[in-house]
Unconditional design. Structure first.
Length: 291
C-alpha cells in the first residue's frame, strides 16, 4: 500500500512529555534504538496524525525524542498473530520436522510492550524456575482491512515492518499444547522502535536479524531462511478471517533460542536483549526486571 512516510516512530517528546506524537526521524540512516540508548539527541519531524494507522502529513515542526514507544497502542492492535517454527535452521536445532502449514498462536493486546527504557517484567510464574526465553522476530503491521488475500496481493496490505521479541515462559509452554498462555503475559511482546514502509523494504526476505543477550550475539540469520514467507503468512492468516488495520503478525524466530542451548541460557532479572533488523529497522532493546 502507498505510504506517506519512509520510517515512523511513536514517541513522547522532551518539550511535551505528556503527549504522544508520530514523527519521521530526520536522519534516515540512524539506528533510533541504539542512538537513544547511548544518550543521543534524536530529532524527528512531527506528523499531523496521532497514530501510525493515520499519520497524516509531515510538518516542519521538529521534536526531540524523550522516549520511543511501541509503534501501536494496545487499543489499536486487536490480537497479535504469531507464527511458530518458521525458520528451517530453527526447526533443525529443535529436532522438529518442517511444518506443512504455518503454526499459529495468539497474544493478547496486553502483551504489547514498549522498547527501552520501559522494562519488561518477568512474571512470577516464570521466576519460579527461571525459564524465561527470548525470540528475535520480524513484525508485520497490516495497514488496511484484509480478508481472503492472495499471496500475489499480500504486499498491498502491509503498512510497514518493525522488530519484535516473542518472550516466552518455557515450562508453561512445554506443559501445555497451546502456547497462548505461556507467551501472552503482560509486556511479553516488545515492539519497535521504528516502523519502516514497504518502499524501503520491498522484499523482507533480504533482511538480516540478530539477537544479542547481554552483548553476546546468540541469533544471526537471514530472513531468506523462513519456511513461510511474509506473503504466504498474510494470505494464510486472512483466509476466512478479517485482519483489521493495526493487526500485528510476528513471523517466527531463527535458531539460537535459550531453550535450545546446552546448557539452556534463559533470561533473568537484569538481563538485556537486543533484536537488530538490518537494513533500516535498527535495534529493539529490552531490559528485564522481575514482576
Amino acid at each position: 500500500m502507498a505510504s506517506s512516510f519512509s520510517r515512523l516512530v511513536r514517541f513522547v517528546s522532551k518539550s511535551n512529555p505528556s503527549r504522544t506524537f508520530i514523527g519521521e526521524p530526520m536522519d534516515a540512516n540512524l539506528d533510533i534504538g541504539l542512538a537513544l540508548y547511548n544518550g543521543k539527541d534524536v530529532q524527528v519531524k512531527r506528523f499531523t496524525g496521532s497514530s501510525i494507522l493515520a499519520p497524516g502529513q509531515r510538518t516542519e515542526n521538529v521534536e526531540s525524542i524523550k522516549a520511543v514507544l511501541s509503534p501501536l497502542a494496545q487499543d489499536e492492535v486487536g490480537t497479535i498473530r504469531c507464527v511458530g517454527l518458521n525458520y528451517v535452521s530453527h526447526a533443525k536445532e529443535m529436532n522438529l520436522h518442517l511444518p506443512d502449514l504455518p503454526s499459529i498462536f495468539l497474544k493478547p493486546s496486553t502483551a504489547l510492550g514498549n522498547p527501552w527504557p520501559e522494562p519488561c517484567l518477568l512474571p512470577k510464574i516464570t521466576q519460579k524456575d527461571n525459564t524465561g526465553d527470548y525470540e528475535s522476530e520480524l513484525a508485520v503491521i497490516i495497514g488496511k482491512t484484509a480478508k481472503n488475500v492472495s499471496e500475489k496481493d499480500a504486499f498491498d496490505y502491509i503498512l510497514g515492518y518493525t522488530a519484535a521479541n516473542d518472550i516466552s515462559s518455557r515450562t508453561s509452554q512445554n506443559n501445555q499444547s497451546q502456547w497462548c498462555f505461556s507467551k501472552g503475559f503482560d509486556g511479553a511482546c516488545p515492539l519497535g522502535p521504528v516502523v519502516v514502509s514497504t518502499s524501503l523494504i520491498p522484499d523482507p526476505s533480504q533482511l538480516r536479524i540478530k539477537g544479542s543477550l547481554n552483548g553476546n550475539v546468540v541469533q544471526d540469520c537471514g530472513l531468506g531462511d523462513m519456511i513461510f514467507t511474509v506473503p504466504q503468512l498474510i494470505s494464510f492468516l486472512s483466509q476466512g478471517t478479517t485482519l483489521f488495520p493495526g493487526t500485528v503478525i510476528i513471523t517466527g524466530t531463527p535458531p539460537g533460542v535459550g531453550a535450545a542451548k546446552r546448557p539452556p541460557q534463559f533470561i533473568k532479572e537484569g538481563d538485556e536483549f537486543r533484536v537488530s533488523l538490518e537494513p533500516h529497522i535498527g535495534t529493539l532493546i529490552t531490559q528485564f526486571r522481575n514482576e
